[in-house]
Write a protein that binds this ligand. Structure first.
Ligand code: BGC
Length: 385
């Protein structure tokens, strides 16, 4: 018999939970129960251009939700979930084969790092030493580098002892993509019967180094490949965001969202005000939000609902920031099952520390030292009503 957890939301509750102790207006309550019906199956997904076998792991819960993960990039590749009428759709972006992932440039579903998001000028200084990285986004480094960032390497994967998850591990050698220290990383996905997919990240290093790992899933709650996310309604629990310069590096300011198109403290359609950002840096929503919860406990960060399907995504995290990216750079690329992914047809909610933190001392710290353990949890839960 294996352990299972479940997630429920209770308004105005101050119940304590198993993972974290937090009391919120909308409170997360978790309970442990026993089950034996979770399933993980393992198959070969294909081989990389270098001939390395990529494994596929299929998770199924008691309600028929199916999640698929592949070991290249410890990637979330499929998530099949019923709508309010019971119709099942795959709601995340991905490709049918490894060649798709190898030629793609949008980071569909991957584990992103070592340092997700941007590092200004492709360099940073630690303990008086300057480290130079590859620039792959104008003058900056985006999502950990060019050839051996976490999305591009093949991780070791195995079902978890609990029977409803997969544990991926990868050891990134000293100076891989220019980052100091051998970094040992673990990414664990767990699916429960309430439709919540929990991801736990852990990392340790033998030299001081910046770490900021996240998942880069693109969602369309009407089904991946649907033409737009403009009708999706989003709420982000953040009073402030980090404004950016022309190359999407935060200015260092924490600006109020009030009175701007970035104000999602109540639900708004994504399409309602996005045109005001068309000619601004990022060409739409591509910004880090300063989450109201900053104490490292697992707290609700954002919710997105799609009116026709009735599906709702809730995102909870221990991280201080969330990058809301509205798919502004999608351009009709071909994805799974003959679907195409049009401009602004998917969104990402990337839980993380703020962009360019390693060069911005006023932002929460991203530097990991030997003897410390980096930890980050995100829960993506999809329900329908
Ligand atoms: C970034 C975008 C980028 C996308 C794909 C997001 O995390 O914020 O600017 O285009 O990833 O790389």
């Amino acid at each position: 018999m294996s352990a299972k957890w479940s997630v429920t939301f209770e308004k105005n509750s101050i119940k304590r939970n198993f993972w974290q102790r937090s009391a919120l207006g909308t409170c997360l309550c978790l309970a442990l129960a026993a089950t034996a019906n979770a399933e993980v199956t393992v198959s070969d997904f294909g081989k990389t251009a270098d001939g390395v076998t990529v494994k596929q792991f299929t998770l199924k819960n008691a309600k028929g939700v199916i999640v698929k993960l592949i070991s290249r990039g410890a990637t979330l590749s499929e998530w099949h979930v019923p709508d309010k009428t019971g119709k099942v759709d795959d709601v995340v972006f991905g490709y049918d084969n490894i060649a798709g992932y190898e030629s793609g440039t949008s980071y569909f579903g991957c584990t992103t790092g070592r340092v997700a998001n941007r590092i200004a000028g492709a360099k940073f200084t630690l303990d008086g030493k300057e480290y130079k990285l590859a620039a792959n986004d104008g003058p900056n480094t985006l999502h950990g580098g060019v050839k051996r960032s976490l999305d591009k390497v093949v991780w070791e994967g195995k079902p978890t002892a609990s029977g409803n998850g997969v544990e991926f591990t990868y050891t990134s050698p000293d100076l891989e993509e220019g980052f100091p220290g051998e970094l040992k990383i673990k990414t664990t996905y767990t699916l429960n019967d309430e439709g919540a997919l929990r991801i736990d990240y852990e990392a340790t290093t033998n030299k001081t180094t910046p770490v900021n790992i996240c998942n880069h899933a693109y969602f369309n709650l009407a089904g991946a490949g649907s033409p737009t996310i403009n009708d999706h309604e989003i709420k982000i629990l953040a009073d402030r965001y980090t404004p950016v310069d022309d190359v999407l590096i935060p200015t260092g300011q924490l600006a109020p969202v009030a009175g701007t198109p970035f104000d999602f403290r109540d639900f708004h359609k994504i399409g309602e005000r996005v045109a005001q950002l068309n000619d601004k840096p990022g060409k739409g929503y591509d910004h880090n939000y300063v989450l109201n919860s900053q104490n490292g406990s697992l707290a609700l960060a954002a919710q997105v609902r799609e009116p026709r399907s009735g599906r709702m995504l809730s995102v909870l995290t221990t991280e201080p920031g969330i990058q809301f990216y509205g798919g502004n750079f999608l351009n009709g690329a071909n994805g799974k099952g003959g679907k195409t992914y049009a401009h602004r047809s998917g969104f990402c909610l990337e839980t993380q520390h703020y962009p360019n933190s390693v060069n911005t001392p006023s932002f929460p710290n991203t530097v990991l030292k030997p003897g410390e353990t980096y930890k980050h949890t995100v829960v993506y839960q999809i329900t329908a009503q």
